[in-house]
Design a protein around this ligand. Structure first.
Ligand code: 6GU
Length: 236
């Protein structure tokens, strides 16, 4: 998968060099490009924002640098040898977007080319979304009902959730299926050695060797936990 990120804080994404996603990049499974929006400005101050039309607090990101930088990123997909069904999907993190879920992460993990546009300040000029939609698929995606200062942290979270679903990124694919949200339930608690620690015992069923009983116990733990913490997940 090709991933391009547009941001005014490219250093923010240096951490993608390490850990599982860093290995996936070294292995050629994920091809990452981080672009500084300020490189697409033309003035001496490398200005990316301006005051909002109609008044109001804060600053809005100007359309021209976004247009320039997306011209370059999106052009690479229209080369004659680019064999792609739907072309790139451009995602703008925004608290006004569709809420990001495990189901969305799985859907996005099947894309050939994702482009993330990180907004800062009070947002991006609406015409950037409208114009981008004339040449690519565009989605606004939110992490949840709270406010971040910009899209960078949200994009990092999305890339981690999406990246680990790409075949070959997580070494043991079985570890992907026994997790919270994969089957619509929260995961069961986990234990490792020692069997007794500071007076706390591992549930004896897990030491029984009875795999059927262990699976049933884990399922019951998942249901109990989900009912208690996230009853909304159990609504049909
Ligand atoms: Cl995706 N962006 C910003 N700026 N704030 C958010 C968010 C995204 N999701 C929740 N809050």
């Amino acid at each position: 998968m090709r991933i391009d990120i547009v941001t005014i804080f490219p250093e923010f994404f240096d951490v993608l060099d390490i850990s599982l996603l860093g290995k996936a990049r070294q292995a050629g499974i994920i091809d990452l490009g981080v672009h500084n929006l300020r490189d697409a400005t033309t003035d001496r101050h490398r200005t990316v924002d301006d005051t909002p039309y109609g008044g109001g607090a804060g600053m809005v990101m100007k359309p021209e640098p976004w247009g320039e930088i997306l011209d370059g990123i999106l052009a690479s997909d229209s080369e004659p040898d680019a064999v792609e069904g739907d072309g790139p999907l451009v995602i703008f993190p925004s608290p006004a977007g569709d809420v990001f879920t495990q189901a969305m992460a799985r859907e996005l993990s099947n894309e050939e080319h994702l482009v993330f546009g990180c907004g800062r300040y009070e947002g991006i000029d609406q015409r950037v979304f409208d114009h981008t939609a004339t040449r690519a698929r565009v989605r606004l995606v939110s992490l949840g009902d709270y406010v971040l200062n910009g899209g960078e942290v949200a994009v990092m979270a999305m890339i981690e959730a999406i990246g680990r679903l790409i075949p070959g990124v997580v070494g043991n694919p079985h570890s992907l299926v026994e997790e919270s949200h994969e089957d619509g339930l929260l995961e069961a608690p986990s234990y490792t050695k020692p069997a007794s620690w500071r007076g706390l015992e591992v549930p004896p069923i897990l030491l029984s060797g009875n795999h059927g009983a262990i699976a049933a116990w884990r399922r019951e733990q998942q249901l109990e936990r989900t009912r208690r913490v996230r009853p909304d997940l159990l609504q049909p």
